[in-house]
Design a protein around this ligand. Sequence first.
Ligand code: PEP
Length: 252
Amino acid sequence: MIKKMIAANWKMNLLKSDAKLLANSLIENFGSDYSAVDVVLAPPFTLLDAVGNLIKGSNIKLCAQNMYPEESGAFTGEISPLMLKDLNCTWVIIGHSERRQIIGETDELVSKKVKLALKCDLKIILCVGETLEQREKGVQNQIIENQVEIALKDVNNDMLKNIVIAYEPVWAIGTGKNATPNEIVEVHTMIKELLSMKFRENDDNIRVLYGGSVKPENIDEIISSNNVDGALVGGASLKADSFSKIVKAAGE
Ligand code: PEP
């Protein structure tokens, strides 16, 4: 069985003092003896150093929310994967729907980021998911298949172990609505079948997380669904209490 993973996406939230308090509470709960679940924190860039220093040597891993697909150069305001490695990031989120929808990131850009992140030895949480309009048209599987195919076009079998897919229906992110277990299982199963065919990989080695309004009240139902290997959590990851409940539920 695959070990479950719970990742916290703090998005553009928290200042240093609150972030340190939150990280310290999570270290108390999951930092040393806890190993039932892989716990990953994705603070904004400004907090990577402070949070990274606190969790150093613990079981909790550091993740960035984004990166630019160049190692260095004249890209004002951007952050390179080498800079993330320099801050001890293990993971990077690529293709989050807020970046696709608000910033206009294309599948091609996502694919370039995936390629360079792997070259720079970062593990990837690759986000995919359909909009409400696409779900209403019933084309979610085609959309997700396309996102996965393009994002992973330069990935080989060896690299797949460093990639986790997060299925995040756009209509469920930060809206309080979450997909039903049946909807989640259908897409997760489709993603696993696609990857196992493409990479001739055993399903058990492919991790697919769910993201979209995950909270303590719905984690049990989501995490016990077939082919759900963890969750990417936004809003409910900003409080130690709610995030800890989610992690604990995933570890039971
Ligand atoms: C996310 O940011 O990836 C997310 C799923 O957010 P929320 O849990 O707030 O819906």
